[in-house]
Design a protein around this ligand. Structure first.
Ligand SMILES: [Zn+2]
Length: 103
């Protein structure tokens, strides 16, 4: 069960972007990697194409290991661990281990 989802805000714990926060753009659960906006940005030299007629240098995000990020709780806005809560109607919800709110 993926604990981090698309559009979550995550905090980078390690690597060159340590301390940065960004929005999750894409998940690759199989590889355990996620793409985070503004994190692990690399410059790429592009040949001119139809989409990008000038070519040149573009910046793209590379996926980071999911274990290198923590979810930022939207309630208390702190990087936190995620817990799971079973509700009485049988659904499972994520909770923030810091403030115990459902997120
Ligand atoms: Zn919280």
């Amino acid at each position: 069960m993926a604990r981090i989802r698309r559009n979550d805000t995550v905090f980078v714990r390690t690597g060159k972007d340590v301390g940065k926060k960004g929005k999750v753009l894409r998940m690759s659960p199989k590889e355990g990697r996620i793409l985070v906006e503004g994190v692990n940005v690399v410059k790429k030299h592009m040949r001119p194409t139809r989409d990008n007629p000038k070519g040149g240098i573009v910046t793209v995000e590379r996926p980071v290991q999911m274990s290198n990020v923590m979810l930022v709780c939207p309630r208390c806005s702190k990087p936190t661990r995620i817990g799971m809560k079973h509700l009485t109607d049988g659904t499972k919800k994520r909770i923030c281990k810091k403030c115990q709110e459902i997120i």
